[in-house]
Design a binder for this molecule. Structure first.
Ligand code: SF4
Ligand code: SF4
Length: 137
């Protein structure tokens, strides 16, 4: 049987939450695969970007939240530049990581107050900010 899946058939609170947090219209994705085809780190992902979006459309949030992909995305925006629907996958990953960190971790992974003065002066500033953003949600 052939099932035609349209955007208004997809009603899911978890999907709404990801759309709100990310500012992206996941329902607009029509699975052309251009994002996955152009991603420079796709070989390191367990679920490619277009599949992540499809799983979210189909309500498979747990599978996506436990995937390596949301931590692998390097936020390079290559996929966004290729997407005919203007979907920015890195923003979706930001949202998914925030959901994981807010729901599964009691304490942040990087304690800003615990960073030593030596570490702060030696570590690349962007690396520290990136770690705080990525690992603390
Ligand atoms: S933003 Fe992430 S998913 Fe998109 S191309 Fe870059 S690394 Fe791949
Ligand atoms: S490029 Fe855009 S429309 Fe195509 S699969 Fe990726 S997110 Fe969906």
């Amino acid at each position: 049987m052939r099932l035609r899946l349209t955007a208004d058939m997809i009603k899911d609170e978890a999907l709404d939450r990801v759309e709100t947090l990310s500012g992206q219209k996941l329902r607009a994705c029509y699975q052309c695969g251009r994002c996955s085809a152009g991603c420079p780190v796709v070989d390191e992902m367990d679920i490619v970007p277009s599949e992540v979006i499809r799983l979210l459309q189909l309500g498979q949030m747990e599978e996506v939240l436990s995937s390596k992909t949301i931590w692998t995305c390097a936020s390079c925006l290559q996929c966004a530049s290729r997407c005919p629907k203007g979907v920015e996958f890195s923003n979706i990953c930001d949202a998914l990581r925030a959901i994981v960190l807010r729901t599964r971790l009691a304490t942040p992974k990087v304690d800003a107050d615990g960073l030593t003065r030596v570490m702060m002066s030696d570590a690349p500033q962007m690396g520290v900010v990136g770690a705080l953003r990525k690992l603390n949600g």
